[in-house]
Design a protein. Structure first.
Length: 411
């Protein structure tokens, strides 16, 4: 085998190289020792992206190589950071990719000197029309097999998804390093090519002995768009995709302090006022309704503190849909305004669960529930389809069976 043939084989990648009547030895490329390569949403998914990945040891010259459709490439250095939590030191890298052409297709790979990963697709969001996947709480009591099964089913049935969301309580215990490792591992094959929009839940704030603290692991693992508030960095943010503007809010003021309530209200007013997107969509972990609980007659039906604090704000700002989690049950409330059904208000959807922590028989149905998933509750996922004139939310079981559907229209 001559040098030119060898180099050609190496460029092709891992695998066997065939010629007429013979087969050469398998050639293995030099791979950087990284894991959990992931795309994180940026303020505008059509022109930018944040890439993050973990490493077992410091890399020599880590970078992201971007390749355009015409074959031109460029390198963006990746910045190293570390944090220690649960007695484990995590080393990771972040690279911000800007200046993408919304109408152009790209690929990227991670490089470290001569070591390279496979090429991965970097999808833009050039048109108004797109589909996204919404996962409810992925919290699991033991291992994260259930989360992995639900996620895989959704990703495989929705291959054109522009991004995905997890509506908080990604893990059961935010300090537990092993749970985060398992969460990432179950979706590691999908994270490089489908941008992720994280939402923080209350379980991200818990120590191993179930006390409350800052969500250290969550705030380090995910670098969403800057919100302009250093004291609350990464806890709430917004981004654009196609014809929609998304606001991701933090509902953990009972755990982390009430100062964030007024900060977020003011921020949300400015944020929504600055967008010209036809659709405005909110994700917040804790739900807006308060449910009666079996065996607790003193607890009355009504609205939670999240609902009391933010439903009037959502309505006044023209939010179209509000997605919540926390209660591990799927409920469609229809459109609400002034705390009652009204077709002029936002659509409120309690997303359900994508993990295995179930609250069977706990909640007593609320008068505002229009659709309740069949009981006892099982895991589920949602899709969101948007264009300039229509928005459709669908709820599915992992089997692909559709449970619910709602479509909104704009003139």
């Amino acid at each position: 085998m001559n040098r030119r043939t060898f180099l050609k084989m190496a460029a092709v990648g891992v695998g066997s190289f065939f010629t007429a009547g013979c087969m050469y030895e398998e050639i293995t490329l030099n791979r950087p020792n990284i894991k959990f390569l992931r795309q994180i949403v940026t303020a505008d998914l059509s022109t930018s992206r944040c890439l993050m990945f973990n490493a077992a040891a410091s890399l020599i010259s880590p970078a992201v190589q971007i390749r355009a459709a015409d074959g031109t490439t460029k390198f963006i250095p990746a910045q190293e950071t570390t944090f220690t939590d649960d007695g484990a030191r995590t080393l990771q890298y972040t690279a911000q990719i800007n200046g993408l052409n919304a109408d152009e297709a790209y690929e990227f790979q991670i490089t470290d000197g001569d070591a390279t990963t496979d090429w991965h697709v970097l999808k833009g969001a050039a048109s108004d029309k797109f589909t996204a996947i919404i996962f409810p709480d992925s919290q699991c009591g033991t291992d994260y097999e259930t989360w992995g099964n639900v996620a895989r089913a959704a990703f495989e049935r929705t291959p054109d998804a522009k991004f995905f969301v997890n509506v908080g309580d990604l893990v059961d215990n935010g300090e537990d390093h092993a749970q985060w490792e398992d969460w990432f591992r179950r979706v590691e094959n999908f994270l490089p090519t489908i941008p992720f929009a994280p939402v923080m839940g209350n379980h991200e704030t818990y120590t191993r002995d179930w006390k409350v603290r800052q969500p250290l692991a969550y705030l380090n693992y995910f670098a969403p768009p800057d919100n302009g508030h250093e004291d609350f960095a990464r806890r709430f943010y917004s981004f654009d995709c196609g014809a929609a503007h998304f606001a991701v809010l933090d509902s953990q003021w009972q755990e982390l302090g009430a100062d964030i309530i007024s900060v977020q209200r003011d921020w949300l007013r400015q944020d929504f006022a600055a967008t010209d997107k036809p659709w405005k969509i909110v994700f917040i972990h804790k739900d807006v309704l308060q449910y009666r609980i079996n065996g607790r007659p003193e607890r009355l039906e009504g609205f939670s503190d999240v609902g009391e604090q933010f439903m009037p704000v959502f309505e006044s700002l023209g939010a179209d849909v509000v997605f919540t989690g926390h209660l591990h049950t799927y409920r469609n409330r229809g459109r609400l305004k002034n705390f009652q059904p009204d077709e002029e208000g936002p659509l409120y959807v309690l997303t359900g669960l994508s993990g295995n922590v179930r609250y069977e028989g706990l909640w007593i149905d609320h008068a505002l529930d229009k659709f309740v998933a069949p009981q006892p509750e099982t895991d589920n996922y949602l899709t969101l389809e948007v264009d300039a004139k229509t928005l459709t939310v669908r709820c599915f079981l992992p089997s692909g069976e559709q449970l619910d559907e709602t479509t909104l229209h704009k003139s």
